[in-house]
Design a protein around this ligand. Structure first.
Ligand code: DX5
Ligand code: ZN
Length: 228
């Protein structure tokens, strides 16, 4: 299978004092999407940024803004993130009681809808919303912080979700601990979108970002080839 791997750097590991320049640099260095981690200090034990910051950096690139909402409740804020310029809006299945309604709200705003599952959440919770989904984000760490260790038990969930999705045009994304050491295994299991924070932004220069992303792509291709 020659699925093209999408690389989505998480700006959580960027230098926040120069966020606009960092987004430009990583976009110019070959990022496919820009992954935006929104945290509320309630659903996850950390706080990041909200719609005004997304809006402030929106003009820096035309790349897809991939917005990962780690907030509860999410529904009251979906329209604000859409207005701020997010292209994909992903909510956590654990963050609210009405996942189907949240996905309908995202689609009604003309945005791509994603659902994220924490490492301990079984994939069965998305069985009846599959036809509303553009993206499934399988967390490979417990959400809240960059730089955590990859949780290998999620590999089996990736395989199961890939099978559930069948031939639907749904992206399968992984997030957390993705580096050249883990990218091959997640790609082989069926993930086609890799989020990476520390593994992309280490080095702190556009040249480093390019070679870091090249290494991720290469590792994913190697994993796919070995699995074929
Ligand atoms: C974790 C965030 C991730 C995080 C990944 O809660 O959702 O996007 O930035 O960071 P790394 O790639 O360093 O594990
Ligand atoms: Zn994320």
């Amino acid at each position: 299978m020659t699925r093209q791997t999408i690389i989505a750097p998480s700006v959580l590991s960027a230098n926040f004092s120069r966020l606009g320049e960092e987004v430009e640099a990583v976009a110019g260095a070959g990022a496919d999407w820009i992954h935006l981690d929104v945290m509320d200090g309630h659903f996850v034990p950390n706080i990041t940024f909200g719609p005004p910051v997304v809006k402030a950096i929106r003009g820096r690139t035309d790349k897809v803004f991939d917005c990962h909402l780690m907030i509860a409740p999410a529904d009251p804020y979906i329209a604000a993130f859409a207005d701020a310029g997010c292209d994909i809006i992903t909510v956590h299945a654990e963050a609210g009681p009405h996942l189907d309604r949240s996905l309908q709200a995202i689609k009604a705003l003309g945005k791509r809808a994603g659902v994220s599952l924490n490492p301990a959440t079984p994939e069965g919770v998305i069985e009846y919303v599959l036809d509303r989904l553009d993206l499934i984000l399988l967390m490979t760490v417990n959400p809240g912080f960059g730089g955590q260790a990859f949780i290998p038990a999620v590999l089996e969930k990736i395989r199961r979700v890939r099978a559930m999705v069948g031939d639907r045009p749904i992206d399968i994304q992984v997030d957390g601990g993705i580096a050249p050491e883990t990218a091959g295994a997640v790609a082989a299991a069926g993930a086609n979108v890799l989020v990476a924070g520390s593994a992309v932004f280490r080095g702190g220069t556009a040249e480093a970002y390019r070679s870091n992303m090249d290494a991720l792509r290469q590792a994913a291709q190697d994993g796919l080839r070995e699995a074929a």
